[in-house]
Design a protein around this ligand. Structure first.
Ligand SMILES: Cc1c(C=O)c(-c2nnc3c4c(C[n+]5cc6c(C)n(C)c(C)c6c(Cl)n5)n(C)c(C)c4cnn23)c(C)n1C
Length: 329
């Protein structure tokens, strides 16, 4: 068995990607942000304060004949941008891309932070990280993919995110026609809940890869490519007008600049992010100053290959073999 779901950028900056998920009986369809950097499936619901839920599609367990309260269970999560949410837990049927898990933990939000209140295009997140990262207490719950894995043709999924176009999350199979180059595989470290891996080197503007390895995570829930300062500086030293903008909290440059590409080695292959994907978006509507898609990870303590990097590749999240595959698109 397999599943295949389309995913769409939420706005002109590809800030996040929206995938529709069916929950309950009859199906309640909610737009969720699939996040390989976390392991909770949580939703805006009938239990979310009305003022916070305004403008959001919500899940009502009372309207689902297959919903069951997970008695005594609660959850609470904080993300890298300091957004947060918390609540209680139901189990219900959850279908993604035509594949159903009959008893999935659906975490219902009784509290959501401002960022989520304002982000009305999504009704929650579907975590695709490792189960060890799930926040439900007293007993951690499995992710949708973890519950699905044993019934899928293969215990893996792929992410094919695109710039301003419809992409896909495929479950249980690899559609190699989505890639231009071979798939390079490298071990994945799931001990922290993330999909951790090591890139063997990097280069700017098509130069030969160096041998400076970069250890980080493949995170569909993070917009940017966040790397060490020495890498960020090596890149922006090639961009005439690049400068750090305090108010924007990042490197900005003239939107007219022809940005160099950024490449990294992984699993014996090379992934090249075209400069156009690193010219993310004007700092404000109509501005001729643009914000960089590559920014520093210095304050975070972990390197994050977010959507800016993932958009250049077909990425295979292979749970069965605890490995990550990357192929140039
Ligand atoms: C350590 C870390 C991150 C780790 O993940 C991270 C980050 N980066 N994108 C996102 C997130 C997103 C994606 N996301 C990013 C957005 C940006 C940059 N902007 C301007 C808007 C309007 C966004 C929306 Cl609606 N959505 N979402 C939905 C959530 C819950 C995120 C949590 N953190 N996050 C940041 C900024 N930092 C410092």
């Amino acid at each position: 068995q397999t599943g295949s779901a389309n995913t769409n950028p939420s706005d002109s900056a590809d800030d996040e990607y929206i995938t529709n998920v069916s929950i309950g009986t009859p199906a309640q369809v909610l737009p969720l942000d699939f996040d390989t950097g976390s392991s909770d499936l949580w939703v805006f619901s009938s239990e979310t304060p009305k003022s916070s839920a305004s403008g959001h599609v919500t899940y009502s367990p009372s309207k689902s004949s297959t919903a069951k309260k997970l008695s005594g269970a609660s959850w609470s999560i904080t993300y890298g941008d300091h957004s947060s949410s918390s609540g209680d837990v139901y189990t219900d049927k959850v279908t993604v891309g035509g594949f159903s898990v009959s008893s999935q933990a659906v975490e219902s939000a009784t509290k959501v932070s401002t960022q989520f209140v304002q982000d009305t295009v999504i009704s929650g997140l579907l975590g695709l990280g490792f189960d060890v990262g799930n926040t439900v207490k007293p007993r951690a719950q499995k992710t949708w993919f973890s519950n699905a894995a044993n019934s899928l043709a293969q215990p893996l999924f792929t992410a094919d995110l695109k710039h301003q176009q419809t992409g896909s999350y495929n479950f249980g199979f690899i559609d190699t026609t989505l890639a231009k180059g071979p798939i390079g595989y490298t071990p994945a470290d799931g001990s922290e809940g993330y999909w951790g891996f090591t890139a063997t080197g990097y280069s700017v503007g098509g130069a030969k890869l160096n041998r400076n390895s970069i250890t980080g995570i493949a995170d569909t829930g993070t917009t940017l490519l966040l790397l060490d300062d020495d890498v960020v500086n090596a890149y922006y030293n090639n961009v005439e007008s690049a400068q750090y903008d305090d108010s924007q909290q990042g490197v900005v440059f003239d939107c007219s600049e022809d940005l160099p590409s950024f490449s990294f080695g992984v699993g014996g292959t090379t992934i090249t992010i075209p400069g156009s994907l690193i010219n993310l978006t004007p700092v404000s509507d109509g501005s001729s100053t643009c914000f960089g898609g590559l920014q520093s990870s210095a304050d975070i303590g972990i390197n994050i290959f977010g959507d800016v990097a993932l958009k250049a590749a077909l990425v295979v999240f292979d749970l069965g073999n605890e490995r990550l595959g990357w192929a140039q698109k």
